[in-house]
Design a protein. Structure first.
Length: 452
C-alpha cells in the first residue's frame, strides 16, 4: 500500500517518534483491545534500543500514558505533566482511562542487550484480571516515524483505499509523472484524493503547517536549558532576537541560512523538551522540513501564496518519504541517523525543488543528492537524549537540502546515481552498521564525550 502524506506527517509529542510516539500508540492499542475495567495487573518489558535509550527518549512515561488510553496526537504537554505527576505520587495509573491499577515507571523492566526478532524497538505488554487470568499478552514493534506493528499482524502502514498511482520506487513514480504529464506533487494529490476531498487534503496539510509554525514559536519562546541533565542551553530565543535586529523584514537573502538554522533549532529544542511537534518523518528529524519550508516561503518563492507553496512542498516530500518507508527505513534504531535526518533532508530537497519549478527528474535528483551526502550517518545521542548531536544536525541537514535542490535545478535532471540506487545503498549501509551506532547510546559521541 502507498504511504500517504498524513501517514508521514503526524502530530505527536517529543522527543522521539520511535521511542515516545510509537510506544504510546502501542500501549494504547493494547489496552484498547481489552475490557479495561477487568485489568488488575500489568507488566511491561522494553527491549533493545527502547530499553537502551528509553529513559532519555521519554519511552517509560509514554508507555504509561498509552496504557491510560492517551494518544500522542491528542494529549497536550500540560496534560502529560499532570498525569506523570499523578502516577508518580499515587503509584497507580488509570488503565484504559477507567480503572486504577498499581503501576509506575519503576515497574517497567528494561532489556537493553536483548533484541526481539522483529525490530530493535520491541516491547512486550501483559494484562491480568483479579483472579490472575491472563487477559492479553502481545509484542509490539515501534518501527520508526511513530509507525507500530503488533507481532503476528501486518503493519498498519499506508492507505486502505486503493490509489490510482501506486508506487514503491522512484522509477515507478517518475513513470506516472511522464505518462500523465504532471509533477510529483500532482501524482501525490491524486492519490490522496482517492480517500478524501481535495479541500480536505489541502486543509489537512495546512493544519500540519500550522502545528509546525506553532512549534517554532513555542521553541523560540522558551529560555534556559533543555531538560535531561546535559544542561544544553536553548539557543532559539537568542537567534530569534538577533535575527529580528539584523533582518526585521525577515527576507534578507544574505541571512537565509541563519533563518533556516533558527527554525531547525527552535523545532528541535521544542522536541527535546517533550513539546508538540510534527513527525517529519520522525521527531528526531522534525526540524528539517519546517526549516526548508521557511526558506521556500521567504526566500525561494516569496511572492506566492502560503498554500500554493506549502501544499506541493509537503506532497512532494511525502512522496519521497514513502519511498524510504517502503524500500529502506526511517528508524534510527534500524539504520542509524541516515534513516531519520538523511531521509528528512532528501524529502525537503525534493519538496523545495518542486516548488522552485523543477521537473520530476530534477526533483528526484535533488532527493538523491541530499541522501547521497548523508549516507552512513550514525545515531549516537549523548546520554540517550535527542539533543547532541541531533539538534544541530537538523540545521546542517536543512542547509544540505537547500543546496541539493539548487544543484539539481542547475542541471537538466540527468545524473549517474538514481534515487532508487541511493535508497538501496542506505538500506544496505544500515544493515552493515554496527548496532552500537544505531540509537543505543553505546558508541560514538555517546561514549567519547563526558556528560556534564
Amino acid at each position: 500500500m502507498t504511504v500517504g502524506v498524513f501517514d508521514l506527517f503526524r502530530v505527536g509529542l517529543g522527543p522521539s517518534s520511535s521511542h515516545t510516539v510509537g510506544p504510546m500508540r502501542a500501549a494504547a492499542d493494547f489496552v484498547g483491545r481489552i475490557d479495561a475495567v477487568r485489568i488488575d495487573r500489568l507488566a511491561v518489558d522494553l527491549y533493545g534500543s527502547l530499553a537502551a535509550t528509553g529513559r532519555g527518549h521519554g519511552t517509560l512515561p509514554a508507555v504509561l500514558l498509552g496504557l491510560e488510553g492517551h494518544a500522542p496526537d491528542r494529549i497536550l504537554p500540560d496534560e502529560v505533566e499532570e498525569r506523570q505527576a499523578a502516577i508518580r505520587s499515587g503509584g497507580t495509573l488509570r488503565a484504559g482511562g477507567v480503572r486504577e491499577v498499581p503501576f509506575r515507571e519503576e515497574d517497567i523492566v528494561l532489556h537493553p542487550l536483548t533484541l526481539l526478532p522483529g525490530h530493535s524497538n520491541g516491547l512486550r505488554l501483559q494484562a491480568w484480571d483479579a483472579s490472575g487470568a491472563l487477559l492479553d499478552e502481545a509484542v509490539y514493534y515501534s518501527i520508526g516515524g511513530g509507525f507500530i506493528t503488533r507481532d503476528g499482524e501486518a503493519p498498519a502502514v499506508g492507505a486502505e483505499v486503493p490509489v490510482p498511482f501506486p508506487f514503491e520506487t522512484a522509477a515507478e513514480l517518475l513513470a506516472h509523472c511522464e505518462r500523465e504529464g504532471v509533477g510529483i506533487a500532482e501524482i501525490m494529490l491524486r492519490n490522496e484524493t482517492a480517500s478524501r476531498s481535495d479541500a480536505a487534503v489541502r486543509g489537512g496539510i495546512l493544519e500540519i503547517v500550522d502545528v509546525m509554525a506553532d512549534c517554532v514559536r513555542s521553541g523560540a519562546a522558551r529560555e534556559g536549558t533543555l531538560p535531561g541533565g546535559l544542561n544544553v542551553p536553548r539557543r532559539a530565543p537568542l537567534w530569534q532576537a538577533r535575527l529580528a535586529e539584523q533582518d526585521p523584514s525577515g527576507a534578507d537573502p544574505a541571512l537565509w541560512q541563519e533563518w533556516v538554522n533558527f527554525v531547525a533549532l527552535a523545532v528541535n529544542e521544542e522536541n527535546a523538551s517533550g513539546g508538540r511537534v510534527v513527525t517529519a518523518p520522525t521527531n528526531g528529524a522534525a526540524g528539517i522540513i519546517p526549516a526548508v519550508l521557511h526558506y521556500a516561503l521567504h526566500f525561494g518563492v516569496p511572492d506566492r501564496a502560503r498554500e500554493d507553496v506549502a501544499v506541493p512542498y509537503l506532497l512532494t516530500a511525502a512522496a519521497v518519504g514513502a519511498l524510504y518507508k517502503a524500500r529502506a527505513s526511517i528508524s534510527g534504531a534500524e539504520v542509524g541517523c541516515q534513516g531519520e535526518v538523511g531521509s528528512a533532508s532528501s524529502m525537503a530537497a525534493a519538496g523545495l525543488a518542486e516548488v522552485l519549478g523543477g521537473t520530476p527528474r530534477q526533483v528526484e535528483n535533488a532527493a538523491e543528492i541530499a541522501m547521497e551526502h548523508n549516507l552512513g550517518l550514525t545515531c549516537d545521542p549523548i546520554g540517550g537524549l535527542v539533543q547532541i548531536p541531533c539538534i544541530e544536525r537538523n540545521a546542517i541537514a536543512a542547509a544540505k537540502a537547500v543546496n541539493a535542490a539548487k544543484m539539481a535545478l542547475w542541471g537538466d535532471g540527468s545524473h549517474k546515481v538514481s534515487l532508487d540506487e541511493v535508497i538501496a545503498t542506505m538500506r544496505e549501509t544500515g544493515r552493515d552498521m554496527s548496532s552500537k551506532y544505531k540509537e543505543t547510546a553505546l558508541g560514538g559521541l555517546a561514549v567519547n564525550v563526558v556528560e556534564c
